[in-house]
Design a protein around this ligand. Structure first.
Ligand SMILES: [Zn+2]
Ligand SMILES: [Zn+2]
Length: 143
């Protein structure tokens, strides 16, 4: 079970899982959207994902050529999850918003060519300059 919420608590979500993939995305779009060097992303099935509370969306065309939709709390601005049009059957949870973020177990780092040295990860992950094959559903990367 993956439960989470935004900083102010106005938006809450839950998913029974399973985790379809767990990556850290270092694409420039994720860096700009989050203000960090890489965003931890957990893919879950959209069919069983539930969310309550108000949302705003930012829509930016990602590396897939389709809009990457990032959902955030209109009250506190927390980035919560993506609903990529290039993979409409899933939701991409930003792992820092999980109630227990230790359940996030990333296996891969993607778009590492765009990762600054100061954002190197403390744990060893399989690294990819873009998206691994078969294609990992994108959080919205622009490579
Ligand atoms: Zn909020
Ligand atoms: Zn990204």
């Amino acid at each position: 079970m993956f439960n989470g919420k935004c900083l102010c608590g106005a938006v809450q979500y839950s998913s029974p899982g399973p985790a379809l993939f767990s990556v850290v995305c270092h694409c420039r779009d994720c860096q700009r959207a989050s203000g960090t060097g890489g965003v931890p992303v957990l893919g879950v099935p959209k069919a069983s994902f539930r969310q309550v509370g108000p949302l705003k969306q930012s829509r930016v065309v990602g590396g897939s050529g389709r809009p990457a939709v990032r959902n955030f709390c209109p009250e506190c601005g927390s980035l919560l999850f993506g609903t990529p049009e290039s993979a409409s059957e899933m939701v991409t949870i930003y792992a820092g918003t999980l109630d227990d973020s230790s359940v996030f177990c990333p296996t891969e780092a993607i778009f590492v060519r765009q990762r600054p040295a100061w954002a190197a990860l403390a744990i060893p992950l399989s690294e990819h300059s873009a998206l691994p094959q078969p294609q990992t559903p994108n959080c919205g990367g622009a490579d």
